[in-house]
Design a binder for this molecule. Structure first.
Ligand code: ADP
Length: 495
């Protein structure tokens, strides 16, 4: 494992926007309060950001309501909305490197990943949703009586959106893209750990021609700003991505207030199943990627690596060699695969799970400690001989800790893989078509990646079974989250 860089490299971007974005203007929070956002490489303050609270959520919802009811937004044609999203995508391309630098600085993810995968994907998502904007239409359906029946698809209204810190810009795109394509207005609450990139990109969205008040961005904390949004009486829909525990709170707040519709994208404990016909070297690489990508901070991380007993010993040995080769360090440095974890809370939580693993008798193959003495770096860690009933096999660790479990029979592994409160995703690694078909149908999860992992096209729906969520994002299904359905019935009479 490469050591963390001693001298952090300075990001090539300035922090220009730290205030709340309400009704097209950057403004102070009503209380005047700010909170610091930190550089995960060092724990140093990057900037002080306006802290939104219930009063600011009120102001933002008021602006979004006005823009939905009166502003130019509802009067625009779908084609004009589409053009704005296309211009926005071009501006994202133009500012790709600044957006990526801001994302890495605030989040700690490798710059190459932000610059070459994530920010381009944000532009791709905007073009995808621009394509939908003028292709959303209702139906004319047959009725038994002499009636002409139209089914209209209308925007829901004001959408509240709460996003997490692991993919700040991508989560912005997954939420804002479909909401705008369908003609809604938005109040977005960013994660308190990563408020910067959403403010920057929203400025670009306004440069692209978005009318004031259509997208409002409030930085702030969950129990204050987030809860105020979820329970607001004038918000028509809430979309949330985050932990299962917080998702339950959001659903409850929505129910107790105005019964706004809710979509949730929550936690996971995704199995990655490697059959004995697998090419072990390839399986090791893919399982490594499935878990360690983004510092292990993915809701869909392949965090239970099930390996067939015939190849188990070889797999563990090679997985260890791969983890030892993983380059950990300053995410702005070329060639770095893993940066720091997001903050001290997550850092300590991961170290706590590593201790649970050791105490419960799992075999610590490699890693197990922090890296260096500054910032939130953790050694790529592997446990083998992990048993289903151990905490590390049941709970979301959200860090660079791979748990390897042994199995010997297909039916056994299906049962064990499904024995989870979660059902977000799964990986399947086999060359046998029948095995692949059996597994893809038996696994109770929202996505199965066969001989691949973490493939995220704009058109592929993503979401969870069981306690991993409600609803789907991306793809055609994501539009349903942002549309109301209205039936219009008129009698047909002879003139
Ligand atoms: P994590 O533990 O990974 O930070 P959370 O689910 O707590 O995940 O956070 C995801 C998002 O939910 C963040 O934007 C956070 O501020 C917000 N959040 C946290 N608590 C609440 C709450 N009680 N009500 C609404 N939003 C919340």
């Amino acid at each position: 494992t490469a050591a963390a860089a001693e001298e952090p490299i300075s990001p090539s971007v300035q922090v220009n926007h730290t205030q709340l974005l309400i009704d097209g203007k950057f403004v102070e929070s009503a209380s005047g309060k700010t909170f610091p956002t930190l550089d995960p490489r060092t724990g140093d303050v990057i900037a002080h950001v306006s802290e939104g609270d219930a009063e600011d959520i009120n102001r933002a919802v008021f602006a979004a309501r006005k823009a939905f009811d009166e502003g130019p937004w509802p009067k625009m044609t779908a084609y004009e909305r589409s053009r704005i999203l296309l211009r926005f995508a071009d501006l994202i391309d133009k500012h790709n490197d600044e957006l990526a630098a801001l994302e890495t600085w605030d989040n700690g993810k490798p710059y190459a990943q932000a610059a070459h995968i994530e920010v381009p994907m944000v532009a791709r998502l905007m073009r995808y949703y621009a394509g939908w904007a003028d292709k959303i239409h209702g139906l004319v359906v047959p009725a038994d009586g002499p009636h002409h029946v139209q089914v209209l698809h209308e925007p829901i209204g004001v959408a509240g959106q709460i996003i997490p810190w692991n993919f700040p810009l991508l989560m912005f795109a997954w939420k804002v893209g479909p909401a705008l394509a369908c003609g809604n207005t938005v109040v977005l609450k960013t994660a308190e750990q990563t408020p910067l990139s959403a403010l920057y990109i929203s400025k670009l969205l306004h440069e692209a021609g978005l009318p004031d008040g259509v997208v409002n961005v409030v930085s702030g904390f969950g129990p204050t700003a987030g809860a105020a949004l979820a329970s607001h009486m004038d918000v028509d829909k809430i979309a949330f991505t985050g932990s299962t525990d917080t998702g339950k709170i959001v659903l409850e707040l929505a129910a107790r207030s105005n019964l706004k519709s809710v979509t949730l994208e929550l936690g996971g404990k995704s199995p990655f199943i490697i059959m004995d016909d697998a090419d072990v070297d390839h399986a090791v690489e893919l399982a490594h990627f499935a878990l360690f990508f983004n510092q292990g901070q993915c809701c869909c991380a392949g965090s239970r690596t099930f390996v067939h007993e015939r190849i188990y010993d070889e797999f563990v040995e090679k997985a260890k060699a791969r983890a030892l080769k993983r380059v950990v360090g300053d995410p702005f440095k070329n060639g770095v695969e893993q940066g720091p974890q997001i903050d001290d809370e997550q850092f300590n939580k991961i170290l706590r799970y590593i201790r649970y693993g050791v105490e419960s008798g799992a075999n610590l193959v490699t890693g197990g400690d922090r890296l260096g003495d500054k910032g939130y770096y953790i050694q790529p860690t592997i446990f083998s001989d992990v048993k289903d009933n151990m905490k590390i096999a049941q709970e979301e660790i959200f860090g660079p800790v791979q748990s390897i479990l042994k199995f010997n029979d297909l039916n056994e592994v299906i049962k064990r893989a499904n024995a989870s409160q979660y059902g977000l995703a799964a990986g399947v690694f086999t060359n046998n078509l029948n095995t692949a078909n059996t597994l893809t149908r038996a696994l109770r999860v929202g996505t199965v990646w066969v001989n691949c992992f973490d493939v995220f096209d704009a058109a592929i729906p993503f979401g969870g079974y069981k306690q991993s969520g409600i609803g789907r994002e991306k793809g055609i299904d994501s539009l349903k989250n942002y549309l109301q359905i209205k039936a219009v019935v008129t009698p047909i009479k002879n003139a």
